[in-house]
Design a binder for this molecule. Structure first.
Ligand SMILES: Cc1ncc(COP(=O)(O)O)c(C=O)c1O
Length: 308
């Protein structure tokens, strides 16, 4: 495991033309089994679970969720039992993600899509705990106040390593990672979040609510880019897969098709649109997610870079 941030240059013509230096933080290399934002979001939650004397972690996700996979692996590594409350009925063939979750010892509890919509309803979660036993509950995507605290440490590590940059860019699902970066930056420098979901106009309000909850502040030093969703969350897009392939050939970096491919495609769009002033350095954060390729291949038979 690298002891500090590993940063790689991403020479891109469009960036050169705009006078912008694009770099990639290999946060996917930060932890061997809990890549990118996963370890960061879980770190203080696992400590809290242990302090509370909890033996089980319970969380929520879809059949291809990186977060479910991370919680299952974290449970195995740190000696917690884990329960995954999974959206939708159990399919005849389990997704590769859920197979791995089970192999890591996670108990899978399938609920209807209708019930799953109640995942933030305290009364429903209490019912679940009555049925399944006591557990430390992690929300979907692992986003909560303690997750933001873990993500904020990324900024601290960059400071300690003396990394110079003007803007951080990250992919957004729930917005927790972006919110954590904003609290770490505390108004210094810029941040960009690229939405992986279609129609995510709620994201800004969500990020503001998260930072306000944790630091009492809303930050203005960020932009949410909504135009690089490539059809929506985990949708198949020939254009996006083409981008992943070409990106791999140019940089030998494997992006995942759900989050980080959109991050890089969206960041390049913003550079082209002149969003960043000439002379600035943009540091995109590779948050991992590569386990998602197996599910993509199962569902779509999609091409994946040889290195996956
Ligand atoms: C690989 C990867 N990158 C980025 C994100 C976005 O994180 P967040 O939900 O905190 O916005 C996720 C979400 O789970 C993810 O799995």
């Amino acid at each position: 495991m690298p002891s500090g941030p590993t940063v790689q240059e991403l020479p891109e013509l469009v960036a050169e033309r705009r006078g912008v230096r694009l770099r990639l933080l290999r946060d996917d290399w930060r932890h061997p089994e809990l890549p990118g934002n996963k370890w960061r979001k879980l770190k203080y939650n696992l400590l809290a679970a242990r302090e509370q004397g909890q033996k089980t972690l319970l969380t929520f996700g879809g059949a291809y969720s990186n977060h479910l996979a991370a919680v299952a692996a974290a449970g195995r590594l740190q000696g917690f039992d884990t329960i995954g409350v999974v959206r939708g009925e159990e399919a005849a063939a389990l997704s590769p993600t859920l197979q791995q979750c089970r192999a890591d010892g996670m108990q899978l509890h399938f609920v209807s899509r209708e019930d799953y919509r109640r995942r933030t309803d305290d009364a429903w979660v209490r019912e679940l705990l009555t049925d399944l036993g006591p557990a430390y509950v992690l929300p979907e995507g692992g986003t909560n106040a303690l997750a933001l605290r873990g993500v904020a440490e990324l900024v601290q590590e960059l400071d300690e390593a003396g990394e110079a940059y003007d803007a951080l860019a990250v992919a957004c699902g729930t917005g927790g990672t972006l919110a954590g970066l904003l609290t770490g930056l505390d108004g210094r420098k810029q941040a960009v979040g690229v939405a992986a979901l279609k129609g995510a106009d709620w994201l800004r309000a969500e990020v503001d609510a998260l930072t306000e909850h944790v630091t009492g502040r809303r930050y203005a030093n960020y932009h949410v880019h909504l135009d690089a969703h490539f059809g929506g969350y985990a949708k198949h897009s020939t254009e996006l897969l083409g981008f992943v392939e070409e990106f791999y050939l140019r940089h030998r970096v494997v992006l995942d098709p759900v989050y980080t491919a959109k991050l890089l495609a969206g960041t390049l769009q913003l550079i082209e649109q002149g969003h960043f002033v000439p002379g600035s350095t943009v540091l995109a954060v590779h948050t991992g997610g590569l386990q998602g390729w197996a599910g993509f291949q199962q569902r779509f038979g999609a091409w994946a870079p040889a290195a996956v």
